[in-house]
Design a protein around this ligand. Structure first.
Ligand code: NAP
Length: 461
């Protein structure tokens, strides 16, 4: 055999790889966008439409026919039509018998109908094989090619072969099919595009509430109090000083709130003597949004770092520094370096830097691309051990910062503690209880409970 003929042999399978025609019902936004993408990927596309007039919006190489005629040309039919119009399909039941119908529809509200759109379609046309797919991809993303964030296409259906055919199309379009099982999963898939950051809701509301509280607390103590009693107008504190007090307080409290539910869970398990009973709902929900709480805490910590870095540029700070120098010159007296103060301020900064470094590390390991590359033990090590270390460092950073003010009466304006003192309550409580929990006499039964041991087993073997 000569070289050329072997090349022809190698190319031969390609020629038989011609893609099967796909039919799309509906020439609306989504039908057109998907058709365009399919033609690009080599699929002949035929549209089934109420009007067979070709408009210039329809992809150039596509055919437009009546619904029944178009359906006969393909084994896979994509229903790019809103659910409320599905009734028009019933007279076509015979033509659609045995065909794969792809339901791509979405609703306007969560759980708008008792059954999912795909199940509704399957009930209307029991002779056809319904597959749910593509509903989480937007027409705009298909058309503009900005599919980086949403390459996954969730697919579900009762007929395995039909599902495979749709998954093959998904792959051919350069997207990633994710098999979600039978058509029962359609409801969940249809709800995806309607959710608005479900895991972020509680952490966001909590952060907004706490931020507002601490902001007004600082405003009262640092601006209003000083104005009333010291006749100083420090209203410009609103721009940098107060945010730079609120941000570290928020970062510390939120980081502690990441570890607090774990402490509650341990206490509940110890009290019940079993891990086989559900946690209360609020604790379950709290545990599920720990990552989001941690990421918001990291955002606050980063803002604190940036606000702190601009300190030397501030007019107020250079005025205060020069005032100190001038008073030394006027009094003809040089203040010696206070070694204790130098130690305190350097260690406070060092603790902050190290704490922030670990904080960033925790943030990076929570990214899916990183967490998918470490095993469960490594993930636990970083998120739990290093996380606690970050909490210890950040708490120490705050303690060293405010340590010497705790006992000074001037720190209690209107008899209220400064906010960094308030910020220490939750982290210190978490650290003290955690310290107690790692005592061997408590840690041992807790570990046993987590391995399945029960104090009062209900079912004896
Ligand atoms: P659309 O622009 O309103 O188009 C719907 C098409 O349905 C119309 O162009 C029409 O096509 C056909 N139609 C309308 N009324 C009909 C009736 N009474 N009987 C038969 N056919 C009728 O909607 P779309 O944005 O393309 O969305 C279509 C489906 O895709 C929806 O279920 C939507 O939830 C889903 N979806 C859309 C997107 C998106 O980004 N747009 C993303 C994911 C899923 P003809 O004039 O050719 O008959």
């Amino acid at each position: 055999m000569n070289k050329n003929s072997s090349n022809i042999m190698a190319l031969a399978p390609n020629t038989s790889n011609k893609r099967e025609t796909v039919c799309i019902f509906g020439t609306g936004d989504f039908g057109r966008a998907l058709g365009h993408k399919m033609i690009q990927s080599g699929y002949p596309v035929v549209y089934g439409s109420r009007s067979t007039q070709i408009s210039n919006l329809i992809p150039k190489d596509a055919e437009v026919l009546g619904h029944a005629e178009a359906a006969q040309k393909a084994a896979v039919i994509i229903i790019a039509i809103q659910r409320q119009h599905y009734n028009f399909l019933t007279p076509l039941a015979e033509v659609l018998r045995g065909k794969v119908l792809v339901d791509i529809s979405n609703n306007l509200k969560l759980n708008q109908y008792p059954e999912s759109n795909a199940e509704h379609l399957a009930q209307l046309l029991p002779g056809s094989k319904v597959v749910k797919a593509f509903n989480t991809v937007s027409a705009w993303a298909l058309q503009s090619g900005t599919l980086d964030a949403s390459r996954q296409v969730f697919v579900c259906g009762d007929d395995v072969e039909a599902k495979q055919m749709v998954m093959n199309i998904v792959r051919a379009l350069g997207l990633t099919p994710v098999d979600k099982g039978s058509l029962l999963a359609a409801q969940e898939i249809e709800n995806y595009p309607l959710q608005l950051f479900p895991m972020w809701k509680f952490p966001m509301f909590l952060s907004l509430g706490l931020t507002a509280f601490f902001f007004f607390y600082c405003l009262a103590l640092d601006v209003i109090y000083t104005y009333i009693y010291e006749k100083n107008n420090f209203s410009f504190f609103i721009a940098i000083t107060i945010p730079n007090r609120v941000c570290p307080v928020m970062a510390l409290i939120l980081l502690a709130l990441v570890y607090l539910p774990g402490i509650f869970a341990a206490i509940i398990q110890l009290y019940r003597g079993t891990k086989y009973r559900r946690f209360p709902d609020w604790l379950d929900k709290w545990m599920l949004c720990r990552k989001q709480l941690g990421l918001i805490a990291l955002a606050f910590a980063s803002l604190h770092a940036v606000f702190t870095l601009v300190t030397p540029m501030r007019a107020f700070v250079s005025w205060r520094t020069s005032k100190g120098i001038i008073s030394q010159v006027l009094n003809n007296k040089t203040e010696p370096l206070n070694n204790t103060n130098a130690w305190l301020s350097d260690s406070y900064l060092a603790l902050g830097i190290l704490g922030y470094f670990l904080f960033v590390l925790l943030g990076i390991t929570s990214l899916p691309s990183v967490s998918n590359n470490v095993n469960w033990r490594e993930f636990r090590f970083v998120q739990s051990k290093l996380g606690y270390l970050a909490l210890i460092l950040c708490t120490a950073h705050t303690l060293v910062y405010g340590g010497k003010w705790f006992l000074s009466p001037s720190a209690y304006k209107w008899y209220l503690p400064n906010i960094y003192m308030l910020s220490l309550v939750v982290p210190c409580a978490v650290l003290v209880i955690k310290f107690v929990l790692i005592f061997p006499c408590i840690d041992k039964p807790l570990t046993q409970i987590r391995q399945g041991w029960e104090r009062n087993p209900k079912h004896s073997h």
